[in-house]
Design a protein around this ligand. Sequence first.
Ligand SMILES: NC(=O)c1ccc[n+]([C@@H]2O[C@H](COP(=O)([O-])OP(=O)(O)OC[C@H]3O[C@@H](n4cnc5c(N)ncnc54)[C@H](OP(=O)(O)O)[C@@H]3O)[C@@H](O)[C@H]2O)c1
Length: 353
Amino acid sequence: MKASILLCHNNKGIHRFAQRFGVTAYILHIFFPAKPVASNLTKEVTFIMRTIKLGTSTLEVPVIAVGCMRINSLSKSEAERFVRTALDEGANFFDHADIYGGGACEEIFADAIQMNDDVREKIILQSKCGIRKGSFDFSKEHILASVDGILKRLKTDYLDVLLLHRPDALVEPEEVAEAFDTLQSSGKVRHFGVSNQKPMQIELLRKYVKQPIVANQLQLSITNATMISNGINVNMENDSAIDRDGSILDYCRLHDITIQPWSPFQYGFFEGVFLGNDKFPELNQKIDEIAAKYNVTNTTIAIAWLLRHPARMQPVIGTMNIERLKDCCKASDIYLTREEWYEIYRAAGNVLP
Ligand SMILES: NC(=O)c1ccc[n+]([C@@H]2O[C@H](COP(=O)([O-])OP(=O)(O)OC[C@H]3O[C@@H](n4cnc5c(N)ncnc54)[C@H](OP(=O)(O)O)[C@@H]3O)[C@@H](O)[C@H]2O)c1
């Protein structure tokens, strides 16, 4: 793996991770360089992107998912370089949706990665369906047609994961169950999940769908952390106590559903990036201070904050910038202290009772 680091006696992040997640989740390859370096405390270490199991499945996925919603902003050569960098960093999990770029994002991605059987085996592909122009549609007919379109555009014959993109008020869970059965038995989809769903909506699906729901993709960032705040401010009179999601965080942990935070750098609903933004002076000061301590960028710390949560989340990053992509991947190696996590949480204006 690309990222080579020097293992020194003060590399606490690695040790904490190794203890916390064990060797299957964090694999260290230690080797001595041909020419020994000066200090006998120093060995060269190569690390592989930390992985987690997706939900209750046996699918081992990198902790960073690469979101492809914005890949249509790149030229062909930029897109090729972008996907190659992601693979070099061990970020081989790609998140799509049938609606991104009206389908163009999936096509651009398939071309950029030069999809063929050999490439396909080395990557994990997730896509989403259920959003239509002006409505949501979880009908069997639409789910099946959508997956066929996705597979064609991605130039593959299977998806590792299919998510239902946004709740459909007119959902008939029996139909979803039939669609999932058809997709599973035909081999077109291996694992199933949801996005933007509350516990009771998932419960309704689970009454009929026999496949495990392995993931729930939800908006979550340091500045959009209501699912965390409402659990801290239980029964208080302040706004942070408002439960907007039916305790989805606890529900997902209880049922081993992997939370995939989307828009991890945005505040509001695509209002902008909070990093380096004058609207968040205290937060940026705190993140910069902690970034300097770990000798990483603010981008790395923003992702490390999500990864520090014990729910073992898989943030879906949206940058198309190669350096920022690498910085996001570096978060796999950073384990913030409890104090640092809370300091960042409070610096964003989140309150403690
Ligand atoms: N399930 C859902 O409903 C849902 C909704 C939205 C998105 N998603 C998924 O989540 C992924 C991520 O969403 P997103 O793109 O909104 O997330 P994001 O990672 O929060 O935002 C990325 C955007 O912020 C910009 N940016 C500027 N400064 C940045 C910095 N310092 N660090 C990182 N990014 C910076 C990026 O520009 P540069 O490219 O120049 O870095 C890019 O345009 C999407 O690709 C998609 O797969 C899912």
